[in-house]
Design a protein around this ligand. Structure first.
Ligand SMILES: C[S@@+](CC[C@H](N)C(=O)[O-])C[C@H]1O[C@@H](n2cnc3c(N)ncnc32)[C@H](O)[C@@H]1O
Length: 314
């Protein structure tokens, strides 16, 4: 029984480690019988020394902090520390952080690997890492697959692609159009698509689209059935172009609804955007935000989800 519990907790820690959940939230203390050298060996082999991590490394400083935390926990438990733990620490301390890192999202024997930039704003864009709203929209999509099944889906501000990869892989869309305005983001996005989607689920396209230039000539982007977007409502300078894009999609295009996932960093900013939509006769339905099941996120921060529609077509 104790070995079974150990296996379960290792699986849990591994899943969190692979996508860099905050060290303080990992609960290494809960691993059963970590004082056993065999168990310490398994923990190291399944995490920092695993082939997947060696091939597609997560941030080195995160891995180093992970081992240091294990050592702290073992010291508190008065446990003797296996040399493999110190060897792993030594190997990692000789390495330096790279600008480009990977994150692995493990669920149901499946894995999504995303290449991302380690700083949240780099090259003047917020699009080179995965944001919480995207994890939540991905989770929500897995709970609401029927919305996407056999539909043409458009994504606005795709960033490095988690939501689109999840929908393409698991929700059987007819077509998925990833869009973003930033060249480095689009380059990174294409690499992540190649890393995760094989020819059997290549129903996708990647397009460069700026909300500022959406007009009646950009017809191809609003030939879709459903639109999704995660964390695109954060800068009031972008509100008018975004509202205009919504108008084209829902009033001129074939899109029936936009599913939005928004991190509420500032209540007034989000409300400002929602009011702009209400004044323009859009309808806004609040959706139930899912609890973390396949993906991990910090539930202390507020994320809201909305379904946006408009009754009057032009
Ligand atoms: C905060 S990131 C969110 C990325 C991704 N959806 C996620 O949640 O991880 C915002 C994204 O919107 C894109 N973006 C910002 N302004 C834009 C605009 N005017 N037109 C199109 N995309 C834009 C950025 O390049 C970036 O990828």
């Amino acid at each position: 029984m104790s070995q079974e519990n150990f296996k379960k907790s290792i699986e849990n820690i591994k899943k969190q480690f692979f996508c860099c959940v905050l060290i303080k939230n990992l609960n290494i203390e809960s691993i059963e019988n970590l004082s056993s050298w065999d168990n310490q060996n398994t923990l190291i082999e399944e995490t920092v020394n695993s082939q997947q991590i060696l091939k597609y490394p997560i941030k080195i400083s995160y891995q180093t902090a992970f081992i240091k935390h294990i050592i702290e926990v073992l010291i508190k438990q008065n446990a003797e520390i296996n040399d493999v733990v110190y060897d792993a620490l030594g190997r990692l301390m000789a390495l330096i952080d790279s600008k480009i890192n990977f994150k692995h999202y493990l669920f149901n024997e499946e894995r999504i690997i995303l290449m991302e930039n380690s700083s949240i704003i780099s090259e003047g864009t917020t699009g080179l890492c995965t944001w919480r709203a995207s994890l939540i929209l991905s989770e929500w999509s897995l709970e609401n697959k029927e919305i996407f099944m056999n539909k043409r889906i458009l994504e606005l501000g795709s960033g490095i692609g988690l939501t689109g990869i999840v929908i393409t892989k698991y929700c059987s869309p007819k077509k998925y159009i990833f869009t973003d305005c930033h060249d480095s983001v689009l380059k990174n996005l294409k690499e992540n698509i190649n890393l995760n989607l094989n020819s059997s689920n290549k129903v996708n396209e990647v397009r460069k689209v700026s909300w500022e230039t959406v007009n009646s000539d950009t017809k191809e982007i609003y030939e879709c059935d459903v639109t999704v977007a995660a964390d695109v409502v954060y800068d009031s300078k972008l509100f008018l172009p975004l509202q205009n894009t919504f108008k084209f999609l829902l009033r001129r295009g074939t899109c029936s609804a936009i599913f939005l996932s928004c991190t509420e960093r500032n209540e007034d900013t989000l409300n400002e955007f929602l009011n702009l939509l209400l004044v323009d006769n859009f309808e806004i339905e609040n959706l139930k935000v899912p609890s973390p099941k396949y993906f991990n996120w910090d539930c202390n921060l507020i994320v809201k989800m909305f379904k946006i529609t408009h009754n009057n077509r032009l």
